[in-house]
Design a protein around this ligand. Sequence first.
Ligand code: HEC
Length: 158
Amino acid sequence: MRSCKFCWVVALTLGVVVIGMGYFFLFKGNTFLGEDGRTAIVLSEVEKASVLGEMRDMLEGVQIITGAIALNDMEKVSEAASALGMVVANADSPELIAKLPLEVKTLGLGAHVAFDNLSALAKTSEDPNEVLAELSNMMLACISCHNSYRIAIEDIDE
Ligand code: HEC
């Protein structure tokens, strides 16, 4: 059988392209290293507004949850936590999710799953402090992500 050097070159080149694209979509997302040392995730204006809106909802939710824990109103804790659960992540567009680095996808999804778990814990726990401790623990993910990532706007900040 005659070996086809050209075919091998084409196959190898395609292989490298596929691996590169896989790396880009899975791990790196659409990012660059920002001047403050954090990784900047490049999004459109609309996507940035949607992400920041979600963030403000989370901050507001955390305030409602801590207030309700203080009043031992576990029904309200459960309701506010479940509103920040996977229902929110499921509403995100696939285009936006594709632009996020793997770590951000993982931390982001983890945060929403944690709110669903907190909602369940609030229904069963006898101890408000247990729920508060869990919320405090979950907030390490907020801090971790904010320390490592920021948002940049397409065509403006790149
Ligand atoms: C997966 C990463 C990630 C997680 C987890 C995360 N955030 Fe954020 N958050 C961001 C990024 C990125 C920004 C934009 C920061 C920037 O561009 O400087 C942001 C911004 C914010 C803002 C500013 C909103 C605005 O309008 O400017 C608030 C408030 C916020 N986050 C709250 C939270 C809270 C509360 C939690 C946890 C319950 C949380 N975030 C979890 C990534 C995350």
